[in-house]
Ligand binder design. Structure first.
Ligand SMILES: [Zn+2]
Length: 449
């Protein structure tokens, strides 16, 4: 057994243990309890953390919300440093809707079952395994190698990457970083399939709409200015009138990598015809929609608190996501235009804004990732994609770190299947994907053998 296949087996076993730890983050401060998985990783890495020069630290900004950050000094202080950024928390799972225990980490028919196997414990386990190997003085890479196994990604990183980047940026400092969401084939049946490399993500702008109606007695509704009714009209308006599409380079990269017929490709790259062409993408249509515009999702509605009173006020909380380069003015302009018919009774509140972010692709690390991908899928075509949601990468990109979404999945998990399992029921990963992810990561760090 060579080093890389031994590492794949170690990743697999570590993955099972991380799934069983059930670090479930439901967004409340006391959930997650990632300290359990930090302890698992410390035990797994015990010898590595004691090697000369290796430093490690556990931060715990809230009881149990722990992250482990460790650094191996490189052989050459001038070589570029790399941070392996993996989260250890997972989203909740409702066992009733699963075929197998979501926290069993069972190996069934060559698949590891459980919450987090796709998002993102497989990659986190591979990162820890490869880091352990790199700590051996015989295997040291040229540049510093950082392992950041962090809490709270699934609720925005307040107790994880966000906290660390604000309070201890020294720990994460690196020229390059690898994190989740890459290495997925778009069309596994084709030898020239596209394969994803994450290069960025959309940003967020949360807004709340305050709606003012006229309260009254619920027994006489006719002609009333019911705030719940106004809210309902607004919700439908927002869902039925998406923002007009914008074609950015990441979208063009994805469309080309999909290798569709010439006519469909042309329509998908033409803002005037894009929306009409989206349904032809089938299960990828919602993703295509999200990657080409500001999206507005009315997710929380509140109105009324008494059975016999017509509500005089209502609120709608909007989850708004912006593309890299889009601004708060873009968001406010869109909302003002859509809400014009209700201008006399709706007020837009909130100014939260975190911009979308993107990493360039003309870098040695990007080229290295593609080389490694092509070793496993020789004719695959790169698709440099952005994520519609956020990941911890957004805390590192603004500091100048080149962050790429990595991983390497087998032909069993195409991009539609990947998205189905992400936060979905029956999340699981095949053993081949664990092997590919571990091997590819080792190849990025140690070179190919
Ligand atoms: Zn994730």
């Amino acid at each position: 057994m060579n080093d890389f296949s031994a590492m794949s087996q170690q990743s697999l076993e570590l993955l099972q243990r991380l799934v069983r730890n059930a670090a479930v983050n439901d967004g409340t401060p006391d959930s997650g309890q990632e300290l359990t998985s930090v302890r698992t990783l410390q035990a797994f890495l015990r010898d590595a953390l004691e090697q000369p020069g290796v430093v490690s630290e556990v931060v715990e900004p809230h009881a149990g919300r722990a992250s482990l950050i460790a650094r191996i000094p490189g052989r050459d202080p001038n070589a570029r440093s790399l941070c392996l950024l993996g989260h250890i928390d997972v989203v909740p799972a409702d066992a009733e809707h699963w075929q197998h225990d979501p926290f069993g980490g069972e190996l069934i028919d060559d698949e590891v079952w459980g919450r987090g196997t796709i998002d993102m414990l497989t990659l986190t386990a591979a990162m820890a395994t490869v880091f352990r190997h790199a700590a051996d003085p015989r295997h040291r890479p040229a540049g510093d190698l950082v392992l950041a196994a962090v809490a709270d990604e699934e609720a925005g990183g307040k107790y994880g990457a966000e906290w660390i980047s604000e309070h201890r940026p020294d720990l994460l400092h690196a020229d390059e970083a690898l994190t989740e969401q890459g290495g997925v084939l778009l069309r596994p049946e084709s030898a020239t399939s596209g394969i994803t490399v994450g290069v960025g993500e959309k940003g967020q702008a949360a807004r709340r709409l305050l709606i003012t109606g006229v309260p009254g007695h619920g027994s006489v509704p006719w002609g009333s200015r019911n705030a719940a009714g106004i809210a309902a009209e607004i919700v439908l308006e927002l869902l039925r009138n998406p923002a007009p599409p914008v074609v950015q380079p990441h979208w063009a990269s994805l469309v080309h990598a999909l290798q569709l017929d010439a006519d469909l490709t042309e329509r998908l790259l033409d803002p005037a015809r894009l929306d009409g062409a989206l349904p032809a993408l089938g299960p990828l249509a919602p993703l295509g929609h999200a990657l080409t515009r500001v999206t507005v999702s009315p997710n929380i509605l509140r109105a009324g608190d008494k059975h016999n009173v017509i509500p005089g006020t209502a609120t709608i909380d909007l989850d708004i996501r912006v593309l890299p380069g889009q601004t708060p003015e873009d968001v406010d302009g869109l909302l003002e235009r859509l809400l014009k018919p209700w201008a006399d009774c709706v007020r837009i509140t909130g100014d939260q804004f975190s911009p979308g972010n993107i990493t360039p692709t003309d870098t040695p690390m990007y080229a290295r990732i593609l080389d490694v991908f092509r070793r496993h899928y020789p004719d695959a075509v790169p698709a440099s994609v952005i994520g519609p949601g956020g990941s911890d990468g957004r805390f590192l990109r603004p500091t100048g770190t080149n962050v790429y979404g990595f991983g390497l999945f087998s032909k069993q998990i195409d991009v539609a299947e990947f998205r189905r399992r992400l936060h979905g029921n029956d999340e699981r990963v095949d053993v081949e994907s664990v092997r590919l992810t571990t091997t590819a990561l080792a190849e990025v760090i140690f070179g190919q053998r």
